[in-house]
Design a protein around this ligand. Structure first.
Ligand code: DMJ
Length: 676
């Protein structure tokens, strides 16, 4: 042991020899040596007694210090790069579930004002947070580095002492500075993967307890108020009853054979349904599902799952349930899941692998290809960011910001992206198709929605990329049919050759364009939104079943028989939500009830053709009412999206969910909007 390892401890004034006249360093070396001599001369039992007495004194002092028995101690292990990023406190003020009595001028709500008196409470951080401009100013970064997180000692539920990062000290590092230190980020990610039940070295529960003042408060919904809404609730209950009877705890229901369908083994239908039930006011069903999540939802199975699907359905479902109900159990589960999904990001490029094994905590490219889908790696950001903002643990947001930055830096064609990207090289696949349908769709959706989620900053890459992409849609992908002039969005095969094919998935775009227009995007976006909404409606009502096919084609010349047509292999309907989602945005943002009537036509078509004794089923053929060829699957998005959007579309209050305060993830789960 070197001298510097010693603790300076004064035994008695006579036991320490003090020499005057020497250099300061010499003096202290001599004092230390004489201290050591004196210490060594003491009998062993006396030395032990002294050590015990000093330890007991320090421990007692720790316990009796004010502030919920918390004490700040400097933890020299924490380096600037390793410092957890503390989410700026004003964010939670913007959170719609958070303290509804906060007014527009950011006055403190009553309960918070009272709490300011207590120096160690979370609310107190409200008064310490600096104005947003200051925090975004890079010049403040050096200043902030001095305020490294200190650690806090807390007793956990087992009486064991844990060390957590001191939430009383907001670390206002610009995010850019932390993601530019990849080795630190990697080390933090690896640590989280090693200990998925922990964050910042303590149990997730203890950590959430330490930030309990900023956790979500329950939202209130009144349930159905009219016949159409009640009909949707009845459809949900019918679906739920079938699922409960024949597939409880499994991913999906097969409503025709009345059996279960397993995909990831994560009870997808339950998790995906939580917020729908909460919004519909189905308390008993919600509680039943909640208890299943608490007791039976485990993530330790040795099985590959898809990062994107699990993120939008399970992580998004848990986070949304947490924000709406205020039940922190959902956030605990979401955090554990977030940790277990992190192996995907340990690729050489930072672009995530598509497949992750939650039990083994390893990840790899899909078995069928070396590439990930572009929409998949770019449709996880809302959820991971929300997890960071909700827990005050930065890594989730930082890993997806890396993805944002990498994808932003890649060359695009008029702002449009190929549908495959390689997680090892971080580059797009050459000559891959460009599409706003499968594998491309939600890249564009999340550019806009991430920008909304983070306070709509000017000159943000997200919104610049979005605008450029929509320009690319206009010039490269949008066409009108020759006779009836239906607007549609085609695809570029190999990145070049135009194909007049549009997936039903693309029918999310009218709603997203309108949402963008509402938030300052140009008039042209509104016009395209309206035209495309009309076309999507046609893909439904032109079919004998009044249900849209998975894929529609459009005439390129007036020689073709029909302007819109469906090939036999594409004639299936999977109960998908995209068009109902768009109708919902049109109603929510305009209040025009015409969109409700359009939705009602389609709802009745589902009732007529998709409803079976044990639920609702996908169909193989929408082109023949006498031969719909039931496919026997009720996907969880029927419960999370299609029925939720129907319900909100038919609401008497078009702002039942305030789109200035909430942003829906790609699976229909509302998450709070933050100020930045
Ligand atoms: C859902 O899982 C999500 O909406 C996803 O973004 C696209 N596919 C389905 C619904 O069609």
């Amino acid at each position: 042991m070197t001298n510097t390892d010693h603790v300076a401890l004064t035994l008695s004034s006579t036991s320490v020899t003090s020499l005057s006249g020497g250099a300061a360093g010499d003096e202290s070396n001599i004092s230390r040596r004489s201290f050591r001599r004196s210490w060594n001369q003491l009998p062993r039992c006396q030395r032990n007694l002294i050590i015990m007495a000093v330890t007991a004194f320090i421990f007692t002092a720790l316990l009796f210090l004010p502030g919920d028995q918390l004490i700040n101690i400097k933890d020299v292990r924490l380096k600037p790069g390793a410092a957890p990023f503390h989410i700026r406190r004003e964010n939670t003020l913007q959170n719609p579930h958070h303290h509804p009595n906060v007014d527009k001028d950011n006055e403190l709500p009553d309960d918070i004002s009272a709490a300011v008196a207590s120096p160690m409470t979370d609310e107190n951080r409200l008064t310490k947070a600096k104005p947003a401009e200051e925090k975004l100013d890079g010049s403040k970064f050096a200043e902030n580095v001095d305020k490294l997180p200190e650690t806090v000692v807390v007793g956990n539920e087992n009486g064991i002492i844990d060390i957590v990062n001191n939430v009383d000290q907001p670390i206002e590092q610009p995010l850019e500075n932390t993601i530019n230190d990849p080795s630190s980020l990697r080390a933090e990610v690896e640590e989280a993967i090693r200990n998925p039940f922990k964050v910042s070295h303590v149990s997730i529960e203890s950590h959430l307890q330490s930030i309990s003042g900023q956790l979500a408060k329950p939202q209130h919904f009144h349930g159905a108020t009219n016949e159409r809404q009640s009909a949707v609730v009845a459809a949900f209950k019918h679906s739920w009853a079938g699922y409960k009877t024949y597939a409880w705890g499994h991913d999906n229901l097969k409503p025709v054979s009345q059996t279960a369908h397993e995909w990831f083994g994560l009870g997808l239908s339950i998790v995906d349904s939580l917020d729908t039930m909460y919004i519909m006011g189905l308390e008993d069903e919600f509680n039943e599902a909640r208890n299943w999540v608490k007791d039976a939802l485990h993530f330790h199975t040795n099985r590959d799952v898809n990062l994107f699907e699990v993120t939008i359905r399970v992580l998004g479902g848990l986070l949304s349930a947490y924000h709406l109900s205020g039940d922190r159990m959902f956030l605990v589960k979401a955090t554990e899941l977030g940790n277990r999904l992190l192996p995907s990001f340990l690729s050489p490029s930072g672009i995530p692998y598509s497949d992750v094994n939650l039990g083994e905590r390893s990840a790899h490219s899909p078995k069928w290809s070396p590439d990930s889908s572009t929409s998949e790696v770019t449709t996880i950001q809302l959820e991971f960011r929300d997890l960071s903002r909700s827990t005050n643990i930065s890594i989730y947001e930082r890993v997806v910001n890396v993805v944002n930055e990498k994808v932003h830096a890649l060359d695009k064609s008029h702002g449009l992206v190929p549908i495959f990207i390689n997680a090892n090289t971080g580059t797009f696949r050459n000559y891959a198709t460009i599409s706003l349908g499968a594998r491309g769709d939600s890249y564009y959706e999340y550019l806009l929605k991430q920008w909304l989620q983070t306070g709509r900053k000017d000159n943000d890459n997200l919104i610049l990329d979005y605008m450029q992409a929509i320009d690319g849609v206009f010039t490269q992908l949008m066409r009108r049919t020759p006779r009836e002039h239906w607007v549609y969005i085609g695809e570029l095969i190999n990145g070049h050759d135009f194909k007049p094919k549009m997936d039903h998935l693309t029918c999310y775009l009218p709603g997203t364009l309108l949402l963008g227009h509402q938030n300052g995007m140009p008039e042209s976006h509104l016009l395209l939104a309206k035209d495309l909404l009309d076309t999507c409606y046609q893909t439904y009502v032109r079919q004998p079943t009044q249900l849209a096919a998975e894929i529609s084609y459009f005439a390129l010349t007036d020689k073709e028989e029909n302007d819109i047509y469906v090939k036999s292999n594409d004639a299936h309907n999977l109960l998908r939500p995209e068009f109902i989602e768009s109708l919902y945005y049109f109603y929510a943002l305009t209040g025009n009830r015409t969109y409700q009537d359009m939705g009602w036509v389609i709802f009745q078509a589902f009732e007529k053709h998709s409803k079976v004794a044990a639920g609702y089923t996908s169909l193989g053929n929408v082109k023949n009412t006498l031969n719909t060829r039931m496919r026997d699957l009720m996907e969880s998005f029927w419960l999370s999206e299609t029925l939720k959007y129907f319900y909100l579309l038919f609401s008497d209050n078009c702002r039942e969910i305030d789109l200035d305060k909430w942003v829906f993830n790609s699976e229909g789960h509302p998450l709070p909007v933050y100020q930045n």
